[in-house]
Design a protein. Structure first.
Length: 248
């Protein structure tokens, strides 16, 4: 009961409950946790160096634009994860042998729940602020008390969603609840897909070609290296490998 009440008045605590892995018996390795932090931090650092080098941030408008760009990038990365997530989980589960297949599908309920929680929290914003006649009519219908509740819900959802996006990218939609090898695999897939999208959309067109190549490859290469290190550590110290996870 105390946890439920804390989730109600503390959206950041609720986000931790929704997006952090919590499977009983999961490997608790402090070094692996640090690797995950480094993996997320290096991708962010590479982006910040690019922005600070080639975009003006010496005014309030510049800072706001940079913050907006970072949110858009994080949200795009989250959406890419949401799209790739079902296919990777399905491929992983159906590649597993025997009873492992059903086990992984059952374990996927919490990660899928985290996806639903994030999408649900984001859905409250259009209801509160959109100018569509349907939502305007709804806000008029509920009156002042309803608007107070709606604004409170939107404020709660904002904290939940923003912190949730960070945790989703850090814990890769809590896929360690399915198996420990999945977060580094999905993180690597995500970062290369994001790099491909940058190429397709011609992001940072004002950046010199050589610098663009360095920054474009910096995040994918560093994240891939750390993901491989994470898989190596799982194999060396915990006897956990992708083949073993699949029952081969």
């Amino acid at each position: 009961m105390q946890r439920i009440l804390k989730c109600i008045y503390n959206p950041f605590y609720a986000a931790q409950r929704a997006f952090r892995p919590s499977r009983p018996g999961a490997i608790a390795d402090l070094t692996v946790r640090k690797i995950q932090l480094w993996r997320t931090g290096l991708g962010t650092a590479a982006w910040l160096v690019l922005v600070m080098s080639y975009k003006p941030v010496d005014t309030a408008e510049g800072v706001e634009a940079v913050a907006s760009d970072k949110f858009d990038q994080s949200w795009t990365g989250t959406l890419v994860l949401v799209c790739a997530f079902p296919f990777v989980i399905a491929l992983f589960a159906f590649a597993a042998q025997g009873a492992l297949r059903g086990l992984y599908l059952r374990r996927s309920l919490k990660p899928f729940g985290s996806v639903a929680a994030l999408m649900g929290s984001m859905a409250t914003f259009p209801l509160a602020v959109a100018s569509d006649p349907a939502t305007t009519g709804f806000r008029d219908f509920i009156g002042i008390p309803g608007k107070v509740v709606l604004i409170s819900l939107c404020t709660w959802s904002l904290g939940f969603a923003l912190y949730g996006i960070v945790l989703c990218l850090l814990h890769v939609f809590r896929t360690a609840d399915i198996h420990e090898v999945l977060p580094p695999i999905l993180a690597t897939l995500l970062v290369w897909v994001m790099a491909a999208l940058d190429v397709i959309n011609n992001e940072n067109a004002e950046v010199p070609a050589l610098a663009k190549i360095v920054f474009l490859l910096g995040a994918p290469v560093s994240v891939t290296a750390l993901s491989c290190w994470e898989l190596y550590r799982l194999r060396k110290y915990h006897n956990v490998t992708v083949r073993q996870a699949l029952g081969h």
